[in-house]
Design a protein around this ligand. Structure first.
Ligand SMILES: [Ca+2]
Length: 488
């Protein structure tokens, strides 16, 4: 739609003005929604030439096996299950890294973390003493959509730099409500490891809650955080229902320490972890219900996924990757394959199950494509526009998935075949093991990565190695931003 507009009409201020004046006119009617419907002669949801809204919901450390529609036997997730029943469920969706910071960078920029400097072999994520964050040269989804007149908001965990130059409001978001890094950082009290995580009190962690760039609560009351994120998300949607918007709802949970509000205490058969997931599921329902009440569900893509796999060292507080091997921190499937659901009534076909190889980095070019925003051509974008897949095409997206750990490629998948060049457990303290003959798994026959078939398929290994070498020859890494610490 933007191509045919005069330049002044493409300016964000124009959109703000246009929609403000529309809202003023509609307030004269008895109800804003009725006005939109009656004045245009069609439902508000079918505002034909308006680009779609995007709600991107990102759970933290939620595993592939942790929700009902992905097979968990006792965690009940009726709202996520509804997203799948009325939308699309992906079974081979990959994130850009198996830990928070690089995974979030990949999601928001469409690029492998090594290209943005958000990968390191020393410090895998940002910490409260980190000096840097996502470089200003990176373009986030929010920045790109803001240029096209979208209202942009983030509710939740950022983890791409907690100092002001790196905060969301300096990366394209109009508003920010949330925590700047993980909820287990900056611990100031409590006893033994087991004790503090098994009987957590939020006062043990001096984690701040920010509104835009101001700390409004410290330590943040983590018991109510999921509920408050839902309230903020609902308010954002209601405030911006009359204009295109992008909402990034990045949950703090179920990253340990686990907290849920009183209403969800004892809610799940699956214990505390189940309570936490069921509250997140409730929050997803709040988002869907609000979109429906505002009459904009049919003009909104809701996409749900998780930043990395379950944190298995936390046992029953750490979730499950289902039949996938291992979890957070590793380059096994359980670390980097996440549940992913797309819901967009009338556009994404209902009840679709898609096994195409797709990645979190695809979100960037896909939503830009929907918004009519050109994908930046001055840098490598690793994601692909999967708009056709979301509309039901059975075409393939990627044929290769790279499993980086820090700055090194530990494994690569081409088609169904995955070669492990290096393997390492997540947090147990053992060293990486390089394999002279890489381990080879056929992921579609052997999703749990149990059977090494390298001896039978040397030509497959050669093919994968050649593809990786080609990737590395064209790589444009950016110096790591994760190692620098604030001077004491
Ligand atoms: Ca995480």
């Amino acid at each position: 739609m933007f191509a045919s507009m005069p330049d002044t009409m493409r300016h964000p201020a124009f959109f703000a003005f246009r929609f403000r004046s529309l809202a003023m006119r509609c307030l004269a009617c008895t109800a804003f929604f009725l006005c939109l419907t009656a004045c245009s002669g069609r439902p508000a949801a079918a505002q034909g030439d308006r680009p779609p809204n995007v709600v991107l919901i990102f759970a933290d450390d939620l595993g592939y096996g942790d929700i009902g529609v992905y097979g968990h036997p006792t965690i009940r997730t009726p709202n996520l299950d509804r997203m799948a029943a009325e939308g699309m469920k992906f079974t081979q969706f990959y994130v850009g890294a198996s830990v928070c910071t690089p995974s979030r960078a990949a999601l928001l920029t469409g690029r492998l973390p090594i290209r943005s400097g958000m990968a390191s072999d020393r410090r895998r994520v940002l910490f409260p003493d980190s000096k840097l964050g996502l470089p200003a040269r990176e373009i986030t989804i929010a920045e790109a959509l803001k240029e096209a007149g979208y209202a942009t908001g983030i509710v939740g965990k950022w983890h791409l730099g907690h100092l002001e130059p790196f905060l969301p409001t300096n990366h394209g978001f109009d508003s920010y409500y949330g925590i700047p890094y993980s909820n287990d950082m900056d611990r100031v009290a409590g006893g033994e490891w087991q004790e503090i995580f098994w009987e957590p009190k939020f006062e043990y962690w001096n984690v701040p809650l920010l509104r835009d760039t101001e700390v409004i609560e410290r330590p943040v009351d983590q018991e109510t955080i999921t509920r408050r994120y839902a309230q903020e998300a609902v308010a954002f949607i209601r405030d911006h229902a009359g204009e295109p918007f992008f909402l990034y709802l990045a949950h703090t949970m179920p990253h340990t320490p686990l907290f849920r509000s009183a209403a969800f205490a004892g809610h799940s058969k699956a214990g505390l972890y189940g309570d936490v997931i069921e509250e997140i599921d409730w929050s997803v329902g709040q988002v869907m219900q609000t979109l429906e009440e505002e009459g904009i569900a049919e003009n909104t893509l809701v996409f749900f996924t998780s930043d990395n796999g379950p944190w298995l060292i936390f046992r029953t507080h750490g979730g499950s990757a289902g039949l996938l091997r291992d979890g957070k921190g590793t380059t096994y499937e359980g670390g980097m394959r996440s549940p992913a659901l797309a819901w967009w009534p009338g556009t994404v076909p209902a009840g679709a199950v898609n096994s195409a190889l797709v990645t979190a980095m695809d979100v960037f070019p896909t939503v830009l494509g929907m918004a009519g925003v050109p994908v930046p051509d001055d840098r490598t974008i690793d994601g692909m526009d999967i708009g056709n897949i979301l509309r039901g095409s059975d075409e393939d997206a990627h044929d290769m998935i790279l499993y980086y750990r820090g700055t090194r490629i530990f494994a690569a998948r081409v088609g169904p075949w995955k070669a492990h060049f290096i393997t390492q457990r997540a947090y147990i303290g053992d060293d990486p093991v390089s394999h002279d003959t890489p381990i080879l798994n056929h992921l579609e026959h052997d999703p749990s990565e149990r059977f090494d078939v390298s001896a039978e398929h040397p030509e497959v290994l050669e093919g994968i190695a050649a593809r990786v070498a080609e990737h590395q020859a064209g790589l444009d890494p950016w110096p790591t931003q994760l190692d620098a610490r604030i001077e004491e």
